[in-house]
Design a protein around this ligand. Sequence first.
Ligand code: PMP
Length: 305
Amino acid sequence: MKKADYIWMDGELRRWEDCTVHVMSHALHYGSSVFEGIRAYDTPDGPAIFRLEDHIKRLYRSARMYRIEIPYDFETVCAACIEAVRENKLTSGYIRPLAFRGAGSVGVTARDTPIHLMIAAFPWGTYLGEDALKNGVDVAVSSWNRLAPNTIPPGMKAGGNYLSSMLIGYEAKDRGVAEGIGLGRDGLLSEGSGENLFLIEDGVIRTPPGAASILKGITRDTVIKLLADMGHDVQEQPLPREALYTADEIFFTGTAAEVTPVKKVDGLDVGNGDYPVTRSVQDAFFGLFSGQTKDTRGWLRHVQE
Ligand code: PMP
């Protein structure tokens, strides 16, 4: 189970096995946690964390929604992520900051519970399977809808949101496919259980908009910007389910999934099995870490002093 030597917890690095919580922790009972998933990549200039500041900004935004006052300032949290990567001697990996309500009163709206912050960093490979990045994944539209707007905000990255992701993800696995695609309450396309969705048809690149019950992914934003650099415009617009079955190319984006082509939806092949745009997006994305794509926006934060 142990994935690394240390976890940064409540202001200091502690040994992995010492980072435990009380069973009366509020977050365990009510899902009162917010978190991030960040990747560190092995670059020619040493390990670098991708879009660290943007992830931590989103962490604070999610925390604000649920009145979770993170007891550390922005720079301290960023520095702690760097420390967690460096002290675990990772060349690449996954970083998981998590802020949550600990043990105190049991009331749902209790505010006298202590807020904890932990940052784990550990090695992590591809998310959707070994050959997913190369050959693509099979997916199915889920029978579960994504969270409706004005229920639990899908645009926040809170622990409780992932009950929806679990239902979509388990159902997909039980059906023998890698991932499920959730529709919004209006039947329009939303996202995967942990990925944003892009569709390409007749050269037009489209992705569901922020209002479509999605988490506005940082990889989604990265890809939109990389595509703009390549001269492609991405249309953020409501998309009907049938767009999945007529698309020439479909791909997922996410910190974990990176840029993963979709090869089959509900048993139907996507396009003719060629992914020229997806491939060029993948090349540009991974090029950021190999040095092939210039990091013009300061997205890489190197961990070496
Ligand atoms: N949607 C959901 C529901 C997610 O959990 C994630 C992963 N954080 C994403 C989209 C992709 O977001 P990002 O690119 O910021 O990782």
